[in-house]
Design a protein around this ligand. Structure first.
Ligand code: NAP
Length: 243
């Protein structure tokens, strides 16, 4: 059975990816950092639907915690086939108001966390000469949204690391791609004030926010054999927002 590690899988996009990959036949590792009860709920729903999985608490911005997580996965399943680097935070702050804590936390989770997980998973994948890393980016990397300079910078970094990691890891049979969602209906979007949310909705040509399942479908497709020749790409999934 193939094994997929999904970071930040206790809710939102990560949860949908875990449920979808479990339905596709993967044993899934549900990572989270704080939301234990939500993560348990995800595991229960997967098991109830006949899937296989385990929980793994680890703050992705802590290298030692990531190393422990990967060790635990290897002890349990003996392999890692897919890593979905998804755990991320958004902190909207205008430049004039930006504080150091916000800057550091976003960089630590959205950038360093992606490096730590990719590195530790790739070290295991490379033995099999096979593997797939999918980085969750954002349309914000290329579409300017006032107040999101830090968030967009972290997602720009995700797109750049995707390309370079893809080139470095291709000789070892490891592919690296990214998905860049637009506005997806999760708690992240729910936290936006109503007025602003309506403004965002009006800017989407398809006239609706995406769903976590829309993103999970794309992740599932990237995991399928039909995408086996694709690496280093960032797939935009935004209802036309960036057009
Ligand atoms: P969300 O609902 O806020 O969920 C975030 C997940 O990440 C939670 O499971 C959370 O678990 C986990 N997490 C946060 N910090 C962590 C850490 N340090 N270590 C491990 N896990 C951590 O977010 P979402 O909307 O699903 O977004 C998921 C990803 O998609 C993010 O990378 C985000 O940037 C990207 N994205 C989202 C949208 C959108 O519109 N929603 C659009 C484009 C891109 P805990 O509570 O346990 O920490």
């Amino acid at each position: 059975m193939k094994v997929a590690v999904i970071t930040g899988a206790s809710r939102g996009i990560g949860r949908a990816c875990a449920e979808r990959l479990a339905a596709d036949g993967y044993a899934v590792v549900i990572n989270y950092s704080r939301s234990e009860s939500q993560a348990l709920e995800v595991l229960r729903s997967i098991l109830d639907n006949g899937g296989t999985g385990m929980l793994c608490r680890a703050d992705v911005s802590d290298l030692k915690a990531v190393q422990n997580m990967i060790r635990k996965v290897m002890n349990t399943y003996g392999q890692i086939d897919v890593l979905v680097n998804n755990a991320g935070i958004v902190r909207d702050e205008y430049l004039f108001m930006l504080n150091e804590e916000t800057l550091n936390r976003c960089m630590d989770i959205n950038v360093k966390g992606y490096f730590y997980c990719a590195q530790q998973a790739a070290l295991k994948m490379f033995r099999k000469k096979e593997g797939l890393i999918i980085n969750m980016s954002s349309v914000s990397a290329g579409t300017a949204i006032a107040g999101q300079s830090v968030y967009s910078a972290t997602k720009g970094a995700v797109n750049s690391m995707t390309r370079t990691m893809a080139k470095e890891l291709a000789p070892y049979g490891i592919r690296v791609n990214a998905v860049a969602p637009g506005f997806i209906k999760t708690e992240m979007i729910d936290s936006i004030p109503d007025e602003k949310r309506d403004e965002y909705l009006n800017s989407i040509p398809l006239g609706r926010f995406g769903t976590a399942e829309d993103v999970a479908n794309m992740v599932s497709m990237l995991c399928s054999d039909s995408c086996s020749y694709m690496t280093g790409q960032t797939i935009v999934l935004d209802g036309g927002l960036s057009l």
